[in-house]
Design a protein around this ligand. Structure first.
Ligand code: ATP
Length: 269
């Protein structure tokens, strides 16, 4: 089912500390950006305008949604979250009207973050995108992003796995001011993410002792996959009446993740 495109979305209690594996320069830039947003007067004194739009791009499951939620939480903003596909409709004008309603709703609840995941479905290159309906929807998005003072207190955050597909007009500064690459984590990053996702879980001693090796050996795993590992291992331990995650649970979860059938295995054991 399509997510409602214009309703406020409850924010989980999340902060930047809950996101592992982000490059240090990126964390610094995000912190700087947040301080500009939190104290726009001071920023204006040194000639810096608060950003209107941020683009997060990178492979699936690397924490782009988490980052948008953490930013919203950090600046005390109401969160409006939807997916680009919620604006793609057959009937001309429907998508554009949803974009308008989304911005109108958010303007009533400032400060607000409008987050659009898979923004390529909405802001794809015009000539490849095709169709009168998509053209109208994108044009409406550009109009809303250009809202001037109407957009004070509104931060637009978009995420995509396909930055190359995005229309240049959408990416223009003033619409998108900062672009952050959210990459797959390296071994240190994976270790940080493993720490985050093992917090509060009971691990057998030999599992605990093997976490450094796990971080080393999971090259190419995203944060979402690492999180799924421990979720799967926990479920299997519970299913088999164990109070701690055993090595066999983790090995099972690794196999399932590599095979890409984690959910099937657990939903239908
Ligand atoms: P997509 O591109 O598919 O929309 P995404 O980049 O937005 O993915 P998220 O939805 O933020 O990824 O991540 C899904 C889940 O994976 C998170 O709720 C979290 O449990 C875990 N996760 C992903 N990345 C990280 C990370 N860097 N640190 C900690 N947990 C992470």
């Amino acid at each position: 089912m399509k997510k409602s495109a214009s309703q406020e979305t409850p924010l989980p209690n999340i902060s930047l500390k809950d996101i592992g594996g982000l490059p240090d320069e990126m964390k610094d830039e995000i912190q700087q950006t947040l301080s500009i947003i939190k104290d726009p007067k001071r920023a204006a004194q040194i000639g810096i305008q608060p950003p209107k739009g941020i683009l997060l791009y990178g492979p699936p499951g690397t924490g782009k949604t988490l980052l948008a939620q953490a930013i919203a939480q950090e600046i005390g903003a109401t969160f409006y979250s939807s997916s680009g596909s919620a604006f793609t409709e057959l009937y001309v004008g429907v998508g554009a009207s949803r974009v308008r309603t989304l911005f109108q709703n958010a303007r009533k609840q400032r400060p607000a973050v409008i987050f659009i995941d898979e923004v390529d479905a909405l802001a794809g290159k015009r000539k490849e995108h095709g169709g009168e309906e998509s053209e109208k929807t994108l044009t409406e998005l550009l109009v809303q992003l250009d809202g001037g003072n109407d957009n004070d207190g509104i931060l637009f955050i978009a995420a995509t796995n396909r930055k190359d597909m995005l229309d240049d007009a959408f990416l223009r500064p003033g619409r998108i001011d900062y672009t952050f690459n959210v990459p797959l984590p390296d071994a240190n990053g994976r270790r940080e993410i493993i720490n985050i996702h093992t917090k509060g879980r009971m691990l057998a001693d030999e599992v605990f002792a093997s976490l450094d090796t796990l971080a080393e050996s999971t090259s190419g795993f995203s944060g979402a996959e690492l999180s799924a590992l421990f979720e799967t291992a926990s479920k299997r331990a519970i299913r088999d009446g164990r109070e701690q995650i055993a090595k066999s649970d983790l090995d099972f979860a690794i196999d399932r993740t590599i095979l890409g059938s984690t959910s099937r295995a657990l939903n239908d054991p």
